[in-house]
Design a protein around this ligand. Structure first.
Ligand SMILES: [Zn+2]
Length: 213
């Protein structure tokens, strides 16, 4: 099988996301860029994830052109390829419809962290509603992520996260959903208190220096 490593990384990550309840049905999609060749493995469109095999994962070039695999690449391919083109530090992208991130995306303010591990991915800004699969949505995700963003919420849709490895992109997804969940419940209870700004800055410094516990 060609591009076996990145295809397996996409498959393992999608199964993990299904297992964790972050992806239901055929919603959500994951992409991983090869470290040497300019190709991207991405989940195919409308194929059940639970029975998917590595060879079913589609391969596209950096512009989203379908180059290998039996099934059509995800309709959200433009969003993944736009981020992977714009950010040389990013090798993996994850888009899900996590329930709490989707709820908090209806808010007007960026999501703020409530615990130290969430700080790495904050703030999570909101991309306005734009039709899924469009180049306009892809451009808006790129500009909202900026030069070092790791996660954004998509209004009336879900979230989009990225990382320098698939493990990092999945961590951004898991912690963004956790950030949204804790913020949601705290706001319902009326006791929402985000992590102090100084702690966020300190945590980001420790993570950058690889000293976070
Ligand atoms: Zn979606």
């Amino acid at each position: 099988m060609k591009y076996e490593k990145i295809r397996k990384q996409v498959l393992d990550a999608i199964l993990e996301a299904v297992e964790m309840g972050l992806i239901k049905g055929t919603s959500g999609n994951i992409a991983v860029r090869d470290e040497v060749e300019d190709v991207i493995a991405i989940t195919p469109s409308s194929i059940a994830y639970k029975t998917m095999k590595a060879e079913d994962i589609a391969i596209v070039d950096l512009n989203g052109k379908w180059i290998d695999g039996p099934y059509k690449p995800s309709s959200e391919t433009p969003m993944h390829t736009a981020v992977l083109r714009a950010r040389k530090d990013i090798k993996a992208t994850v888009h899900t419809h996590g329930m709490f991130a989707t709820i908090m995306a209806m808010d007007e303010e960026a999501l703020q962290p409530t615990t130290p591990p969430q700080a790495e991915f904050a703030p999570v800004e909101i991309v306005p509603f734009i039709m899924p699969g469009s180049d306009d949505l892809a451009d808006s995700v790129v500009s909202t992520l900026g030069v070092d963003g790791r996660a954004v919420m998509l209004k009336n849709h879900g979230m989009f996260c990225c990382g320098k490895t698939i493990k990092d992109a999945m961590a951004a997804t898991i912690y963004t959903e956790e950030m949204a969940t804790t913020a949601y419940y705290a706001k319902v209870l009326g006791n929402f208190k985000p992590l102090p700004e100084a702690a966020i800055v300190k945590m980001k410094e420790l993570i950058a220096a690889d000293k976070a516990v």
